[in-house]
Ligand binder design. Sequence first.
Ligand SMILES: [Zn+2]
Ligand SMILES: [Zn+2]
Length: 261
Amino acid sequence: MDAIKGSLDQILLQTTASWAHIVAKYSPQKIEFVGTLLAQVLTFWLPSICYMLLEVVAPSFSERHKIQPAPKQPTPREIARCFMVVVQNQIIASILHLTLLSAASHAGLKSTYRIETSLPGPIEILRDVFLSLLMREALFYYSHRILHIPSLYIPIHKKHHRFTAPIALAAQFAHPIEHIFANTLPITLPPQLLGSHIVTFWIFLAYELVNTATVHSGYDFFWHKARAHDLHHEKFNLNYGSLGLLDWVHGTDKLKKHRTV
Ligand SMILES: [Zn+2]
Ligand SMILES: [Zn+2]
């Protein structure tokens, strides 16, 4: 037991020293941009590709766990288009991120996240992630519900609903306006409003990205985590939120035939 504690302390010491070195060596803007991009690659692209490769690597296992039947699954052509749209959205979001960072830098501001040589403690991480989860639920639920108003649904949100049987990558298959206002801001704003440490933001971002890839994966893994959002793609007028909390409050956790938004 003492040996495990000793090596954990050692890892923590090394991590803290490496982090302090990164903060001393690079500008806050560079740390924020590169770290956020790295989180996208490791916690969105990587799990999404793993989910999508399952069908090729283990076809019978994949078939047993798919929520919707084979005839409803997207064609290779649709998957290729999805890939291009997601890359395009990530380029747009990255350009916007760089523009904001450069504007803030010209105005004499550093990062809107806390970037300092020390790392956040576990209580602070848990508190900020918990509050960010609640804030993200509200921001995502209402922005998503607004996108279901017919005048916004047709020009913007219909694109995301093209995948009635979603795949992991389709989480970011969306109109650029939706990608910024319903996907990106509900995740990036809460930690900024809370003044969170950048590492806490990356932990929260990583959770949300793995979560969104999972709920769009089309698989029944992690105690059927994908079922609610999969049903939203299939039936449209229920399960708008992420945690299920606001769907329960507004009664949108059940299918209502005549609801339009
Ligand atoms: Zn979706
Ligand atoms: Zn929707």
